[in-house]
Design a protein around this ligand. Structure first.
Ligand code: SF4
Length: 382
């Protein structure tokens, strides 16, 4: 579920979200969202496996409304995992209501613990607010025992390897989250950050430096007991992996609700992508479910997405599942291209009878490897 509201727009963000007007979020928007959630929930006979309410910043919505959303979703039974994102400055003691209603995983967007870097990112927070948010999360967790993820960002212009490493240490010291998502900053077109880079007032770290920083952070996380089960995601144990994100990476079905929320559902044996319109006004005014685009994916598109998603994970791509799903053997499609990858000095992948997965060195070249392998799909049928 995508909640498209933020206190302020971060300088690097290319996601669809808006700062609500001064008189607050339109109640009609909340009514529409709850209506869609209730309809999807009531159409089911079994509980959802996983739920993820993200954004934007769901913490922008009234606590009582969020509690109603959570209660509606759990009214048919408790999901195996129920996550909500929240920016640290939004977390309140009153959010205890959500954990009482069935929420069992909180994801906090910290990004950095240092004022200088938070400023570069244009975050609506500072070190002090991040510390307060983390302290509040810890208190709530002590009472309700939920799982906790923190998002961190690396490769911020001006950030040193020591800065990035200190962020990890401090976070682990303060709240010992069972899960950390560590992203490297990408400069997206048409963002204020891209404008500053183009104007020369901000210098992006060069590729070697970015790779060194990521390597160091990955080493630090491993030393602290975090296992890298996806290129940007680390958990203390198997049980604390994000089951919801694993669905995306496996290309399993999921329903997307809200403006710009994407979903993937199976229809007549084909994967169909649904996408909520990037228009809060339309979403509010038009009938429930009338603002979603529906796009059947070709087999070649599904396979390309599967490569892109599957190779992000340490498990990689399961070859049997691939053949069953698409009717093409993984090795027949890709073995010639995989041989070409062997020419690199470093071991970029593990290729067994059961699966094909990238190593840490391979993760560093993920985009190029996906591009290289996906050329084998050019002749695949639609
Ligand atoms: S809080 Fe998240 S969604 Fe909102 S502007 Fe910042 S990065 Fe984008």
């Amino acid at each position: 579920m995508h909640i498209p509201f933020c206190h302020a727009k971060c300088s690097y963000c290319a996601f669809f979200s808006e700062v609500p007007p001064s008189n607050g979020i339109d109640n009609l928007f909340l009514d529409r969202l709850l209506e869609e959630v209730a309809q999807v929930t009531m159409a089911r006979s079994v509980p959802f496996e996983t739920v993820f309410i993200g954004g934007g910043n769901p913490g922008m919505l009234p606590v009582s409304f969020l509690a109603e959303l959570v209660s509606t979703i759990t009214s048919i039974g408790k999901p195996v995992e129920f996550s909500m994102e929240m920016n640290p400055e939004s977390l309140q003691d009153a959010h205890s209501l959500l954990f009482e209603s069935g929420l069992d995983r909180l994801s906090i967007g910290i990004q950095s613990m240092q004022d200088r870097h938070l400023k570069t990112l244009g975050r609506n927070t500072d070190r002090q607010k991040n510390l307060q948010g983390l302290a509040r999360a810890k208190e709530l967790q002590d009472t309700f025992g939920f799982r906790l993820n923190c998002d961190l960002m690396t490769c911020i212009p001006g950030q040193s390897i020591a800065d990035a490493s200190t962020d990890i240490d401090e976070l682990v010291d303060l709240v010992a989250p069972d899960h950390i998502s560590l992203y490297n900053l990408t400069v997206e077109e048409s963002t204020p950050l891209a404008q500053r880079v183009a104007g020369g007032s901000l210098v992006v770290l060069d590729e070697d430096r970015q790779a060194d920083m990521l390597e160091s952070c990955w080493d630090r996380l491993a030393a602290l007991g975090y296992f890298q089960y996806e290129i940007s995601n680390f958990s203390t144990e198997k049980a604390t992996r994000c089951l919801h994100n694993e669905r995306y990476w496996r290309l399993d079905e999921y329903v997307g609700i809200g403006p710009t929320a994407a979903g993937t559902v199976a229809m007549s044996g084909r994967s169909v992508r649904t996408t909520g319109a990037a228009d809060i006004h339309r979403y509010t005014k038009e009938d429930a479910f009338s603002t979603y685009g529906i796009y059947p994916l070709t087999i070649a598109e599904s396979m390309h997405e599967h490569l892109l998603m599957g190779l992000r994970t340490s498990v990689g791509i399961e070859k049997d599942a691939w053949s069953k799903r698409y009717g093409y053997r993984f090795n027949e499609l890709f073995s010639e291209r995989i041989v070409l990858l062997e020419r690199y000095g470093e071991r970029l992948f593990e290729d067994s009878k059961e699966r094909f997965a990238l190593t840490r060195a391979g993760f560093m070249l993920l985009d190029s490897i996906v591009l290289h392998l996906s050329q084998a799909l050019e002749d695949a049928p639609s």
